[in-house]
Design a protein around this ligand. Structure first.
Ligand code: GLN
Length: 475
């Protein structure tokens, strides 16, 4: 990627021509795999032309642009000015934000070109990107079109695998939506510490859990985007005001005295072929001198899922309350009283999983049930954080598979009940509940299906993830 950026800077590659080519390629890719909800052709060309002018005029700021000419795809739930941003939901059809999310502003300032909005489960509600909003297409796995890309950032992960042009994706995770699709598509995906990257301009799923983060075919690219978009934002009160590491410096940095815990409980109910691949990944780390030990992480594995789904649906149900066809969301013909009108708009425009989550979340925080569910979940959340914190006193990072299953066939997903669907998130929900940074690294294939290993580190230790993960970066 660095080579490519240099060539763009020196005008050895014409940025406008390159952008034209990429747009055509994206259109082809989309026909085959459905990775985009929107290809932002006009914006990409406008950006390319502006940059071209600056390159030609030897503008002094060009040399500081870390992402110059790199194509950045954006999960649909992240607002891009003047580009339809729906979070994959019919209820937001036609919404063109009047502003850029902070991460988009940073990407544009760094010379990155916004190529389009990628497919996702409606508002992020899902693990396989099949819960797309009414009228949206389901993305297909790059290695086998009968299988899922993972979700909810499925389009981001699939595109990262198939794009032959320099590209990095912006995804979002509430409970695993960066690492899990990255695992299914055989790419790197890094979910940062909660608050490391601004959520300003992200269409909320669950505010106390949502994180924006990068996905890419190379970890170098992921680190580059991470260092571009991290940091305090005065528009976003949960961002952390602490220095940002130069994450790219940690690629292939020599590892000294690192100790890793292998989470015993995470290997109990998984496919033996996945187990074997993860063990090979662990061997690779041992070969470069990382010490490993088996550890037990009881609470997060046992109660992570229940805690997560109570918190996530509670917050989601309040966030979705605003889409009633008046100030937010599509509007309909004004008929009946306001109750009838709101009900009609919401019934016609939310998909079945969004409705399920509204009902679940509303129930969990209803008076009479609040103490038993929502409040209890917040308490268990604190205990989950404590158990991780204890581990990080002894270990630099923890390891598990990213998913208990290989990329699943669409025909198999249809047979899952909603609860079985939720249970597939067993490995990823707890680091999210605890706000911990975590990274998916591709560790090989079982047949045609990629396998991902999950590395989790302590808060703000993204650089350790990059250092460890770069052992698996062949690009
Ligand atoms: N699969 C999880 C859910 O459905 C996580 C999704 C996400 O991280 N956006 O809630």
């Amino acid at each position: 990627m660095q080579e490519f950026i240099k060539k763009i800077r020196n005008n050895e590659i014409d940025i406008v021509e390159h952008t034209h080519k990429v747009i055509n390629e994206c259109k082809k890719i989309n026909k085959e795999y459905n990775y985009f909800n929107v290809i932002s052709e006009d914006l990409a060309l406008q950006q390319a032309k502006e940059l071209h002018k600056k390159i030609k005029n030897n503008d002094k700021n060009i040399k500081n642009k870390k992402l110059l000419g790199v194509m950045v795809s954006v999960k649909d739930g992240i607002c891009v000015k003047n580009v339809e941003s729906t979070a994959g939901s019919k209820i937001l059809r036609g919404y063109k934000p009047l502003f850029d999310a902070t991460v988009i502003k940073k990407v544009k300032d760094a010379g990155g070109i916004i190529i389009g909005k990628t497919s996702q489960d409606e508002f992020g509600f899902g693990s396989f990107n099949v819960n797309v909003g009414l009228g949206f297409e389901i993305p297909k796995n790059p290695f086998d079109k009968q299988r899922s890309c993972g979700g909810s950032s499925g389009g981001a992960a699939g595109l990262s695998q198939v794009a032959e042009f320099p590209h990095i994706a912006l995804g979002e995770s509430t409970g695993g939506s960066i690492v899990e699709p990255a695992s299914f598509c055989g790419v790197f995906g890094l979910c940062p510490t909660y608050g490391r990257i601004s959520r300003y301009g992200l269409i909320d799923y669950a505010n106390s859990l949502d994180k924006v983060g990068p996905l890419g075919k190379s970890l170098q690219a992921v680190a580059l985007l991470l260092e571009t978009i991290s940091g305090f934002d005065r528009n976003e009160s949960t961002t952390i005001n602490k220095p940002i590491d130069n994450y790219t410096d940690f690629i292939n940095k020599k590892i000294k005295n690192m100790k890793i815990g292998i989470i015993k409980e995470a290997f109990v109910d998984i496919d033996k072929k996945i187990d074997k691949k993860i063990n090979e990944g662990v061997d690779k780390l041992e070969e470069i001198g990382v010490k490993t030990e088996e550890i037990s992480l009881k609470l997060p594995i046992k109660h992570g899922l229940a805690t997560y789904y109570i918190l996530a649906t509670s917050e989601a149900s309040t966030n979705l309350a605003k889409y009633c066809g008046m100030r937010y969301g599509v509007s309909d013909k004004l008929e009946g009283n306001f109750n009838e009108y709101f009900t009609k708009v919401r019934s016609d425009n939310f998909g079945p999983e969004a409705k399920r989550r509204i009902i679940l979340g509303t129930f969990a925080r209803m008076s009479g049930y609040r103490d038993a569910y929502y409040i209890k979940a917040t308490k268990i959340r604190t205990k989950i954080v404590d158990e991780y914190k204890k581990m990080f006193k002894k270990y630099d990072a923890l390891i598990s598979p990213t998913s208990p299953i290989l990329p699943i066939k669409f025909s198999e997903i249809e047979k899952l009940s909603p609860l079985q669907h939720y249970m597939m998130d067993i490995m990823t929900v707890s680091p999210n509940v605890a706000g911990l940074p975590h990274l998916n690294v591709p560790v090989g294939f079982v047949g045609k299906s990629p396998v991902g290993m999950l590395i989790t580190a302590d808060h703000l230790e993204e650089s350790k993830l990059i250092q460890l993960g770069s052992v698996f970066d062949s690009q």
